[in-house]
Ligand binder design. Structure first.
Ligand code: BGC
Length: 752
């Protein structure tokens, strides 16, 4: 049996941060020595075992499986042929499995326990795309901290988050999981999330390993159809897709997950260029690369490998260290070593990476570090987490429209109608990644109105979901026919002073495997909206959604629109805080809202064409049946107060450019504004986007107050990656824009 005492010399190894480890400080050297010693004792099978990850498959505290696939896996745990596991959670289960492996498998190397704690655990935070709309990095970090704290308290030490895929196509269901379309904002948020999950060191049993996923290009699936082909230019790869991964690595992220897709003809899991050359060599990433679920075996369907044995060699040689649920390494890697297709050195490098994380977490000192049932009771759902979730949800909301000053609502003496089945739904607001949370545990809008003492009449109108319990792995049946409830909703709306309509997508209409071809209000909701509008146009639409929707009709006809996204456990309370003006909304879109799904992909940092317009004749780049502009642009979002920008000054110096601007709160309420800085490289040897976000600042201003904002951009910020991934800085003239969205009109220029 493996003796932990022998490694007591290295106790201090757990008192480390990833950055110090990866900087190869002397404690890190001690870890490497400890790994050498351990690896010297390991057989090839045991080494390959560290590269094998299984999904949880039986109640660990119950009887052992007696036959079939379950027994096969169970035996592998006992034989030390598994290095990590996912979806085994709860202190009892984790402890039981860890104990079995530590006590009964050959060397007793502790397991890593992974889970998709993406936007919460028991307490569900807003979906990541919503959080990105806050542009509030400390709040996003705090949110990830809550997730880490709860997951860690229930035995998890590795989360498969943050998802840092940039995407320009709202049809792709997984846009809910990322930070939107911009590489700069995406990089800042990636770092905040990694920090939130991992903290500064691993002494704390509340810090867990994070995973930047999915490497790479997954957000560029053709047509927005999940798992589809990705074919992108090297310029898009280096300038748009890779920056958030690089930022995560610089922040010390512990692991990176391969994506499912092929990218430019090669599956990401077997992509040496991405994994070996860029990630491990150029970026010096020292953590673990884990495959996505079965992304190894899927290479056979991609037409890249003939069989699982080939999959094993291709993935291992490409630098994919851990095989999640493909059974390729555990069944075939040894043969591939024996027949010379994979070298022992390749195996050793991967095993070293896995063991490094285990040492770093201190699992050799205490394999049960995350198995404290008292901590589980206290922190699994700490009351403070509810207030973080509520605050994060409010910060995530985007006020899209507020004509007639319908908002903030003054409910006293008013007849308020609340319409929409989502308004009473306690499940949908949890969004997609909520596997640890109790079903239907969110505070609904109507519950929150009750709690706030607002009187209203509720009519669900048409149902969004057609019957049955909803399920994470099944298609959601949408009600397309049953109009029961429509007439009642119309009659309730008729008499009201104001109608709050909560419409949009169900939480399980976005996420993995949930691409949509149409971005309309699903089911019969558009008919409901139009029918209510006919009798009473004084509508505040609260839009619940996991992605940008095409809501042109609502934008043209409805005076108030609040984008709530899927706000998580505290959904209703946060929405009511915003509706009543207890919180002044300040969210800004991290992803363009199209006028129509037929405009997709649509994004702000596009290239100019040679025929920009508008022009009098037809020969310019546009559609004849739809505008080519967005409905709501990237960075857009209103407040209950107003802001103005003035006095733009641009001062170049040797190493940087300083840009100052005056921001004034010209309205009558205190409020926050996200001031955004964009650049445009007028002429360069590779054409550059019409605008690129390079900085932002979120500020709170009293009514009438003004403040000076200063951005200091290093000269390097004016460069770009060339097709080889080298940062390239060209002299020339650059436009600068500062304002409250990507349409910012205050502009100047600088010659560099
Ligand atoms: C998803 C990953 C996730 C993994 C494990 C896959 O289907 O693409 O994002 O981490 O499952 O649950």
């Amino acid at each position: 049996m493996f003796s932990f005492q022998r490694f007591s010399l290295f106790l201090f190894c757990s008192f480390l941060s990833l950055s110090s480890l990866f900087a190869q400080s002397s404690p890190a050297d001690s870890i490497e020595i400890a790994i050498d010693r351990l690896m010297a004792k390991m057989t090839l099978e045991e080494k390959i075992g560290q590269m094998n990850q299984y999904n949880g498959f039986w109640d660990v505290t119950g009887p052992a499986p007696k036959a079939g696939a379950d027994k096969f896996k169970y035996d592998h745990f006992k034989q030390g042929l598994v290095g990590s596991v996912l979806n085994v959670r709860g202190v009892k289960q984790v402890r039981a499995l860890q104990e079995m492996v530590v006590k009964e498998s050959g060397l007793g190397i502790p397991l890593l326990f992974g889970f998709d704690a993406v936007h919460g655990y028991n307490t569900v935070l807003p979906i990541p795309l919503a959080e990105a709309a806050s542009w509030d990095l400390p709040a996003i970090e705090r949110s990830a901290r809550v997730t880490a704290t709860e997951a860690a308290a229930s035995g998890i030490n590795w989360t498969f988050a943050p998802m840092v895929d940039i995407s320009r196509d709202a049809r792709w269901g997984r846009v809910m999981e990322g930070a939107g379309e911009d590489p700069y904002l995406g990089s800042q948020i990636a770092m905040a999330r990694v920090k939130g999950f991992q903290g500064n060191d691993f002494r704390s049993p509340f810090n867990i390993l994070a995973t930047a996923k999915h490497f790479a290009g997954y957000g560029f699936a053709e047509g927005g159809r999940d798992y589809n082909t990705v074919d992108v230019s090297p310029l898009t790869l280096h300038n748009i897709i890779l920056p958030p991964f690089k930022a995560s690595v610089q922040q010390g992220v512990a692991s990176v997950m391969n994506s499912f897709n092929i990218i430019n003809g090669v599956p990401a899991t077997a992509n040496r260029y991405l994994v070996q050359d860029i990630l491990k060599r150029d970026w010096k990433f020292k953590g673990v690369v884990v495959s996505d679920w079965g992304s190894g075996v899927e290479m056979i369907d991609h037409g890249y490998a003939e069989n699982l044995s080939q999959v094993a060699a291709l993935s291992a040689n490409a630098g994919s260290d851990v095989d999640m649920e493909s059974y390729a390494y555990v069944n075939h890697l040894k043969n591939q070593v024996t027949n010379g297709n994979v070298s022992v050195a390749v195996i050793d490098q991967s095993v070293r990476r896995v063991l490094r994380l285990k040492f770093l977490l201190g699992l050799f000192n205490d394999p049960y570090k995350y198995c404290d049932s008292t901590r589980e009771q206290v922190y699994a759902m700490h009351p403070e987490h509810a207030s973080v979730a509520r605050d994060m949800a409010r910060r995530s909301m985007v006020l899209l429209k507020n004509d007639q000053d319908l908002l903030p609502l003054k409910p006293a003496g008013k007849k308020i109608a609340v319409i929409g089945s989502l308004a009473a739904d306690k499940n949908s607001p949890l969004g997609n990644w909520r596997l640890a949370a109790k079903d239907s545990s969110a505070v609904s809008l109507v519950e929150a109105l009750d709690a706030a003492g607002v009187s209203y009449t509720y009519a669900p109108g048409v149902q969004l979901v057609a019957g049955g319990p909803v399920h994470f792995v099944q298609e959601l049946p949408i009600n397309e026919n049953d109009t029961t409830g429509m007439a009642q909703a119309i009659s309730v709306a008729k008499d009201a002073d104001v109608v709050i309509m909560m419409l949009g997508e169900h939480g399980l209409q976005s996420g993995e495997g949930r691409s949509r071809a149409q971005l309309n209000l699903p089911g019969l909701q558009q008919s409901l909206l139009e029918a209510v509008h006919k009798v009473n146009p004084r509508i505040v639409l609260v839009l619940m959604s996991g992605r940008p929707l095409a809501i042109s009709w609502a934008a043209a006809h409805v005076p108030g629109i609040l984008l709530a996204w899927q706000p998580g456990s505290q959904s209703g309370h946060a929405i009511v805080d915003v509706l009543l003006g207890k919180y002044n909304p300040a969210g800004k879109l991290p992803m363009t809202f199209p006028r129509s799904d037929r405009q997709l992909p649509i994004y702000y940092n596009q290239f100019s064409t040679g025929r920009p317009g508008p022009k009098k004749e037809v020969f310019w780049s546009h559609y004849i049946d739809e505008a080519h502009t967005p409905l709501y642009e990237f960075g857009y979002g209103k407040s209950y107060t107003q802001f103005s920008y003035s006095d733009l000054q641009i001062t170049p110096s040797k190493d940087s450019v300083s840009i100052t601007v005056t921001l004034t709160n010209t309205g009558s309420l205190k409020g926050e504004e996200v001031a955004q800085l964009y650049i445009h490289d007028r002429v360069s040897s590779v054409v550059r986007p019409v605008r690129e976000l390079k900085g932002f600042k979120k500020l709170l201003l009293e009514p009438g107050a003004r403040t000076s904002i200063r951005f200091d951009l290093p000269r390097s910020a004016f460069g770009y990656f060339d097709a080889q991934g080298k940062w390239f800085l060209e002299p020339g003239l650059f436009d600068i824009y500062v304002g409250g969205s990507s349409f910012a009109s205050l502009t100047g220029a600088v010659q560099l």
